[in-house]
Design a protein around this ligand. Structure first.
Ligand SMILES: [Zn+2]
Length: 391
């Protein structure tokens, strides 16, 4: 391999060898290897989640699997920044990428606890689903595009009580641009709407939880985050037939009225359901995850870890703001409204989120910000009440 194409950068406390073109091009190229410098915040959050998780579980052997490891940006940071994880398995089909990861491991003095392979992702995960290689305590699946084809393999390759992190970058599919593709890949109808990011996230979790139930497993979302380019979910995995039996209590649908703008969640849909406010036919989203997105105790622990190690974890202030929004978020409500959307219906300027939330609270409604959309608010108030209160 030609190491001249690589440059050394430092992210967190870790030195990475990355293709020089990935730092200069607007869109990072896939050849000779993919590395996205803009995803640093995404990786900072991963490190924080993994560190919090690993320091709060009892386990004899703590391992980390990275099937789409690339140049090792995430797994080498785990190796350096989370010493509690004893073995790191980095895999990528791209030999150039995996050689760069191996060389960077040497530079960071973590070679001894890192294993490098260049297998097909399904084979890599299958090799860690039983037998001598052992399952992973944490698996991080970060593919190009949809993770749907790998969800089974990931769930089989994680220990009981372990953690899976799954990323989707086919956000257009999940956000309603290609609803038929979404249906066949995720078994849920996506909706093109002002709150489609949350629908997308919940359709992804629904697929993972339904797949888990098929394997007598139950997943529990502990943290989620997204931007325009990716959706990332973190879920713990437990063995529970009774939990798997009651999965349908956590899977539902959305009813969305395009005429008056109302939206609500339901467990059952009828073909002739009509909007209770205006009589228009609803359009439906889902199946989708209709339960909580965050484990609030876990988020509090993340804040403690951030406080104790803030300067090494990265963009602390931004992270802290996000985490405090997550703590207050009404994540049992599977949709939100946008302040712009309401202002446009009322033909006024948008009110501040704080003002909106206070007005809803003072009328006895539940209301919070949304960590998924800086312009979004969650409430159990119907649209006619929201418009009255904010007019
Ligand atoms: Zn309506």
């Amino acid at each position: 391999m030609n190491f001249e194409e690589l440059v050394e950068i430092t992210e967190g406390r870790t030195k990475l060898l990355v293709p020089s073109l990935s730092l200069s091009n607007t869109v990072p190229p896939k050849v000779p290897a993919f590395f996205n410098p803009v995803a640093r915040l995404n990786r900072d959050i991963s490190i924080l989640v993994y560190k919090t998780f690993i320091t709060n579980i009892k386990s004899d052997r703590r391992t980390f699997g990275d099937p789409f490891g690339g140049v090792g940006a995430r797994s080498l940071r785990v190796a350096v920044e989370i010493p509690e994880i004893e073995h790191i398995f980095v895999n990528d089909r791209n030999i150039f990428a995996i050689n760069a990861a191996r060389k960077a491991a040497t530079i960071n003095l973590v070679s001894e606890k890192c294993g490098f392979t260049s297998e097909d992702v399904v084979s890599f995960l299958a090799n860690h689903s039983s037998g001598k290689n052992g399952k992973f305590t944490v698996v991080d699946l970060d593919p190009f595009g949809s993770p749907a084809g790998y969800v089974d393999c990931v769930l089989r390759a994680v220990v009981k009580g372990g953690l899976v992190s799954i990323t989707a970058t086919d956000t257009a599919v999940l956000c309603g641009v290609h609803p038929n593709v979404c249906m066949r890949k995720y078994y849920g109808r996506s909706l093109h709407s002002t709150y489609s990011r949350e629908t997308a996230l919940r359709i992804l979790i629904s697929l993972i939880s339904l797949t888990a139930a098929r394997l007598d497993l139950v997943v529990h979302p502990i943290f989620v985050h997204l931007n325009h380019h990716y959706i990332r979910v973190y879920l713990t995995v437990a063995v529970s037939r009774s939990g798997a039996n009651s999965i349908n209590r956590k899977i539902g649908y959305l009813r969305d009225c395009t005429r008056c703008g109302d939206r609500n969640a339901t467990y059952e849909i009828g073909r002739n359901d009509r909007c209770e406010l205006c009589g228009n036919s609803y359009r439906f989203g889902g199946k989708l995850w209709s339960a909580d997105l965050f484990d609030k105790d876990f988020v509090r622990k993340m804040i403690c870890v951030l406080d104790s190690e803030g300067d090494t974890v990265g963009r602390v202030r931004q992270l802290r703001r996000t985490l405090s929004t997550c703590l207050d978020e009404l994540d049992d409500i599977p949709f939100y409204f946008q302040s712009d959307e309401i202002a446009s219906k009322l033909s006024t300027n948008p009110r501040s989120l704080q003002d909106i939330i206070e007005r809803l609270h003072s009328s006895g409604y539940r209301a919070s910000r949304s960590s998924l959309d800086s312009n979004g608010f969650k409430t159990n108030a119907p649209i006619n009440q929201i418009l009255d209160l904010l007019a």
